[in-house]
Design a protein around this ligand. Structure first.
Ligand SMILES: *[C@@H]1O[C@H](CO)[C@@H](O)[C@H](O)[C@H]1NC(C)=O
Length: 141
């Protein structure tokens, strides 16, 4: 291998490891709606409200991430990317837990067909609560 090739390999390696070190790896882009009480984690845990996180950062899973119920209990890092109205996103990143399935939740989503539907507490932390639907970046943790 030539010196030039070795240098290129080294640069490539440094680029990859620094991206990992500084957490630059990005999540997926999707959408989120919100839902209001009553919150029952029916599709995941029946009526066992003890499964709802005490910080109230939870969501129901949309079709794309429901995964036949395997998503129950999965945790995601979520932030708001954009919305119809300017200034909707707070810029905060939260961690939330999946506790239900949005298509069958007792309380209906503010918007149909989103990647996930956030509790009011979770939604309020990342966006203006007046928004019905927002674009999000999410990553399983
Ligand atoms: C949230 O959105 C509503 C409706 O667009 C707006 O009237 C209100 O000022 C916004 N609140 C904040 C804190 O930006």
């Amino acid at each position: 291998m030539s010196k030039l090739h070795q240098l290129h390999l080294l640069q490539w390696f440094l680029l990859l490891s620094s991206a990992e070190l500084f957490g630059l790896s990005r999540g997926d882009v999707g959408t989120a709606a919100q839902y209001s009480p009553p919150y029952l984690p029916t599709a995941c845990y029946g009526n066992n409200v003890g499964k709802i996180p005490v910080d109230n950062y939870f969501a129901s899973a949309g079709k794309g991430i429901w995964d036949n119920g395997a998503s129950c209990g999965r945790q995601y890092r979520v932030r708001c990317l954009s919305a119809l109205a300017k200034g909707t996103c707070t810029g905060t990143t939260i961690h939330l837990k999946i506790v239900d399935r949005s298509s069958t939740s007792v309380s209906h989503p503010s918007f149909d067909g989103t990647t996930m539907v956030l509790s009011e507490s979770a939604f309020k932390a990342i966006a203006n609560i007046s928004a019905k639907e927002i674009n999000i970046e999410y990553q399983q943790i």
